[in-house]
Ligand binder design. Structure first.
Ligand SMILES: C[S@@+](CC[C@H](N)C(=O)[O-])C[C@H]1O[C@@H](n2cnc3c(N)ncnc32)[C@H](O)[C@@H]1O
Length: 273
């Protein structure tokens, strides 16, 4: 999937499909998000809101979705947010009386979290190596954070399983896998299949030396379900938010036209038994 904003000045990176391992993916994405965090927050900050919990470009809000449970039950809960960006979701969680920890691989994204403010910890770390003791959290969540970008999602899922207490929920949203079969265009050209849904080769942007500067990894829906189950979670819901009438936003491959016809987001609701 193409990144949703343009790179700053410099030679255009080359888009390709090729393998990219755990370390290369993490290094590329840390750099990309550090370089692009400012533009990302300018472009999407208003839509996200400083202290709302928005799951996806469709605009599904945790206030209506309650995927983490009823808001009144969030009070005093220790919640880990992965790939938190500017920690908008953690800020909403804190307002409900929860005790969030916002984690992101990008230092610059977390500086935006600092800029906006909030009385909760910010942790700069890779979601595949969580710096927390076993059973530290009651809940975990991620709105498009980390999981679309990692080469081995099971590493992340196992880590989340480890740091959750029994009975804890992990809810995460990712690009709906079906989108990988279509061009990343908002108009009618984005409605015709252009590649195999079953091709798991990562989307990679390279610099002039062939080094990855941005990576996204594709898993089919079945892959994601198997990843969840193999990591010790029970999948209790798979939410595919519909594009709502009120949302007229168009950016990258996202648009009302596509949103009304094909799903754009998959949200996995998992329980750690
Ligand atoms: C699309 S943004 C989502 C951020 C936020 N949830 C939002 O909705 O704005 C993806 C975030 O995932 C972070 N990320 C990417 N790979 C990661 C990894 N391996 N570990 C932790 N965070 C990662 C990026 O730095 C970025 O902040």
């Amino acid at each position: 999937m193409e990144p949703i904003i343009q790179e700053p000045e410099g030679p255009e990176p080359e888009a390709t499909r090729r393998d990219a391992g755990i370390t290369e993916s993490a290094r590329a994405n840390r750099g990309w998000w550090d370089r692009n965090a400012d533009e990302y927050q300018v472009e999407h900050g208003t839509f996200l809101g400083d202290d709302r919990f928005v799951w996806c470009p469709e605009g599904l809000d945790e206030v209506e979705a309650e995927l983490l449970g009823p808001p009144e039950e969030l009070k005093d809960r220790a919640v880990l947010e992965l790939g938190a960006g500017a920690a908008q979701c953690s800020r909403w969680l804190a307002a409900q009386g929860a005790r969030p920890v916002a984690l992101d691989i990008s230092h610059r994204q977390l500086q935006h979290a600092l800029r906006i403010g909030g009385a909760f910890p910010l942790v700069c770390a890779d979601a595949g190596v969580l710096p927390f003791a076993n059973g530290s959290f009651d809940l975990a969540c991620s709105a498009y954070g980390a999981l679309p970008f990692v080469a081995d999602p099971r590493l992340v899922l196992r880590e989340v399983h480890r740091v959750l207490r029994p009975g804890g929920r992990f809810v995460f949203s990712v690009t709906h896998p079906i989108r990988w079969a279509f061009p990343d265009e908002p108009g009618p050209e984005g409605l015709s299949v252009s590649g195999s849904y079953f091709d798991r080769t990562p989307y990679v942007e390279e610099d002039e030396q062939g080094r990855a500067v941005y990576v996204e990894h594709h898993r089919t829906l079945g892959d994601r379900v198997r990843d969840v189950a193999a990591s010790g979670f029970r999948l209790v819901d798979l939410v595919e938010p519909q594009w709502p009438e009120w949302n007229s936003s168009e950016w990258g491959g996202w648009s009302p036209l596509r949103g009304r016809l094909i799903p754009g987001t998959a949200i996995f609701v998992c329980v750690r038994d």
